[in-house]
Design a protein around this ligand. Structure first.
Ligand code: AMP
Ligand code: FES
Ligand code: ZN
Ligand code: ZN
Length: 314
């Protein structure tokens, strides 16, 4: 297999793009493609202040690396979830994020959930009197809330996450199986700023997971190999496996599933009357009585319900 650009021995083969590349050209190609997606989906401009959410995994650390190389002003945020599960999951991910930030002389904001709210994610999830919740559900609510809060408090216009194509295709698959219209309407590479919350962007949404693994390894980025221990057996992992089976038989199927959904929606897949731009839903969005973030709940938002209940119980 030869590099398409220079003809030397290729180290990455991408049958989904009918493309193979050597290390040097692959490490140029990924940032170039990212820059193309940033422009194509109008994610952000050169002068906007970006906050990238880093988990210590290959996707988000690679995203940080790429945005630095593309010349953006980009700080990191790491949310300490207090997950140990015998492998020191959160401690290792924090260490890797810190090491990346130091090596690249970048600012990393760290939010420690237990330090700030008194309980870690597993503790918040197993709170007896509220009833057990799945750690990943609690985690999702807490991460979203804390990212929004920090972006708002520190004046970041844009919040970037490392979701890759495998993540987006699995989410799309789940939303399609249940025909969750509202979720399908909102599954976008860019969610505009609303109610004072930063614009949300996913610059890696068109890269296969294995493309990001190759990037992180070839670039020498140290990342945590383990997935979140609570995600084992999750529906999203099952959907990813199903989509990988499809991809193995038909290279490119996963990308086509996602990209064609984006263009079908843009060209009116949903009837005009069905479409409720987020701004029109704003009327139904109130403000949390405790933290002030937008919420569709009346009274407290989902995050404050989780953390406030626990405090009362102490
Ligand atoms: P996940 O929800 O674990 O699939 O992660 C999706 C994206 O959310 C990652 O690529 C990161 O951008 C972000 N993220 C996940 N966990 C954390 C964390 N502990 N702190 C900050 N950002 C995170
Ligand atoms: Fe955070 Fe599973 S508990 S992703
Ligand atoms: Zn080459
Ligand atoms: Zn709240």
């Amino acid at each position: 297999m030869k590099c398409k650009t220079c003809g030397t021995k290729a180290v990455v083969n991408m049958p989904q793009h009918k493309l193979a590349m050597c290390k040097e050209h692959y490490l140029e190609w990924i940032p170039e493609q990212t820059a193309r997606f940033i422009r194509k989906y109008w994610m952000f401009g050169p002068d906007e202040k970006i906050l990238v959410a880093v988990s210590g995994g290959k996707d988000s650390l690679s995203l940080w690396d790429i945005l630095i190389r593309l010349g953006y002003q980009v700080d990191g945020i790491y949310i300490g979830l207090g997950i140990d599960e015998g492998i020191g999951y959160s401690d290792t991910s924090l260490r890797l994020c810190r090491e990346f930030a130091e090596k690249n002389q970048q600012k990393l904001i760290v939010v420690d959930v237990k330090g700030e709210r008194g309980q870690s994610i597993p503790e918040l999830a197993s709170n007896g009197s509220r009833g057990r919740m799945k750690p990943c559900s609690v985690c999702g609510v807490v991460k979203r809330h804390e990212m929004n809060r920090i972006a708002f408090e520190h004046g970041y216009a844009v919040l970037a996450t490392g979701h890759n194509l495998d993540d987006e295709a699995a989410t799309l698959f789940g939303n399609t199986l249940s025909w969750s219209k509202d979720l399908l309407l909102r599954q976008k590479p860019v969610l505009p700023e609303q109610n004072g919350l930063a614009r949300k962007v996913k610059p890696l949404c068109r890269f296969y997971e294995k493309e990001m693994t190759a990037y992180a390894m070839l670039r020498g980025i140290e990342y945590i190999y383990e997935e979140c221990p609570f995600s084992v057996g999750s529906t999203s992992i099952y959907y990813k496996e199903l989509l990988n089976q499809l991809e193995n038989e038909r290279p490119g199927a996963k990308l086509a599933f996602y990209v064609k959904f984006l263009s079908a929606r843009a060209s009116g897949l949903f009837k005009e009357d069905d479409y409720q731009p987020i701004e029109e839903v704003e009327g139904q969005i109130g403000v949390c009585s405790t933290c002030g973030q937008p919420t569709t709940n009346s009274g407290m938002c989902a995050f404050c319900k989780i953390v406030t209940f626990d405090k009362k119980d102490e």
